[in-house]
Design a protein around this ligand. Structure first.
Ligand code: F6P
Length: 385
């Protein structure tokens, strides 16, 4: 019997169960049995814990958030401590994981995870364990793939929050700050800010000041719009360059980001002498059912991961390069964050609408690439980003 193993690792996100279902269904068509390891990589080592997966026990999970296999972003397997820092996994853990895969006669192990979890998969590959990577994260910060599943669902959640804040902020003529996740990338803040009609968006990729932000609020006052919605990414740096959060370097863990929303709200309140409220969306962004986009993407990722195992193309990570699903070496995808390009079409469009990024370019022409009628009728700018 041919057999595939699968695990979900790192912070959960909507769409993980859709991948699991995709692997089981596509695998069974090709004659593969499936086993799912519990709690990420931890399930591979003492005490080894896994669940036989089949069409019956994965039925109905397409629409369910979270992961039926459980997940963890802590524990014995940690391969990334901070931005671009690789931590070597203990050799005894690599050996024990290889043994488990051999004992279960796995043809391949599909590791579904974000940057940190795929960095572990890369070390597995270097150790000779037949792995295939599937990118997931609400942060959308993995290079080599245009989108990770989970991102669209998180953006939908943040947009819904902004829609709700809009009506209450307008009714009370308040400035409200929404803090969203995303680690060191501003994708969730940018996309939800545009979709939810925010007036200012603060992201890690664009330096900003409190003066510019307050200027935007006062400008709106002058226009008779006495309420403002500010979206701030948890990883946005304060004007002095610092992050807000808890340093966990001593534990060889990434910094726990969070709290910048309240800092921004307090500063606006202090400078403009008005009441400002902060909402931290937190893990609501990671929970709940995946959007249709994420269901489709996750299902495709699952099916194509099986294809990679079937063709023994190990050490590769599935990626979405619209309109196709491809794969790239995992080593090319990890430790290289995909962040928002400040000159991208989305940022330019936001600026064109008057959305402030808290920087000085928020005043003046938003378009870095002026229309040129000499080459074509329609201008293209870096699309999709
Ligand atoms: O990487 C996904 C993510 O949700 C980040 O956006 C956030 O900073 C982090 O995980 C939170 O992790 P935890 O659930 O461990 O607090």
């Amino acid at each position: 019997m041919k057999r595939i193993g699968i695990l979900t690792s790192g912070g959960d996100c909507p769409g993980l169960n859709a991948v699991i279902r995709g692997v089981v269904k596509a695998g069974s068509q090709l004659g593969y049995d499936c086993v799912g390891f519990l709690k990420g990589y931890e399930g591979l080592v003492d005490p080894v814990s896994y669940l036989p997966l089949n069409n019956k026990n994965t039925s109905g999970i397409l629409v369910r958030g979270g992961t039926i296999l459980g997940s963890t972003n802590k524990g014995r397997f940690v391969a990334v401590a901070g931005e671009n820092d690789r931590v070597e996994i203990d050799k005894s853990l690599l050996e024990a994981s290889r043994k488990t895969c051999e004992q279960l006669e796995l043809d391949g192990l599909i590791c579904v995870g974000g940057d940190g979890s795929l960095a572990i998969a890369q070390q597995f590959h270097e150790y000779g364990i037949p792995v295939v990577g599937v990118p997931k994260t609400i942060d959308n910060d993995l290079s080599a793939t245009a989108f990770t599943f989970g991102f669209d669902s998180a953006v939908a959640c943040a947009t819904d929050a902004l829609d709700r804040l809009h009506t209450t902020a307008a009714s009370h003529e308040r400035t409200m700050v929404l803090e969203v996740m995303g680690r060191h990338a501003g994708w969730i803040a940018l996309h939800s800010g545009i979709a939810g009609g925010a007036h200012a968006i603060l992201i890690p990729e664009i330096d900003w000041t409190f003066e510019n932000l307050c200027h935007k609020i006062l400008e709106r006052d002058q226009d008779g719009k006495r309420f403002t919605l500010v979206v701030v990414a948890e990883g946005a740096r304060l004007p002095d360059g610092g992050h807000v959060g808890e340093d966990r370097g001593a534990l060889k863990q990434q910094m726990k980001l969070g709290g910048i929303g309240q800092v921004v709200a307090s500063q606006i309140q202090h400078r403009l002498h008005r009441e400002v409220r902060c909402v931290v969306l937190g893990h609501l962004q990671r929970g709940g059912a995946p959007t249709t986009f994420d269901r489709v993407l996750a299902t495709q990722f699952g099916a194509h991961a099986v294809r990679l195992v079937h063709h023994k193309k190990f050490g590769e990570m599935i990626c979405y390069q619209p309109p196709n699903i491809h794969s790239v070496p995992i080593s090319e995808a990890v430790n290289r964050l995909s962040t928002v390009d400040p000159k991208s079409a989305a940022v330019q469009a936001a600026r064109a609408l008057g959305i402030s990024f808290g920087d000085s370019s928020s005043v003046g022409s938003p378009f870095h690439s002026p229309f040129s009628h000499s080459t074509s009728e329609t201008e293209t700018v870096t699309a999709g980003t």
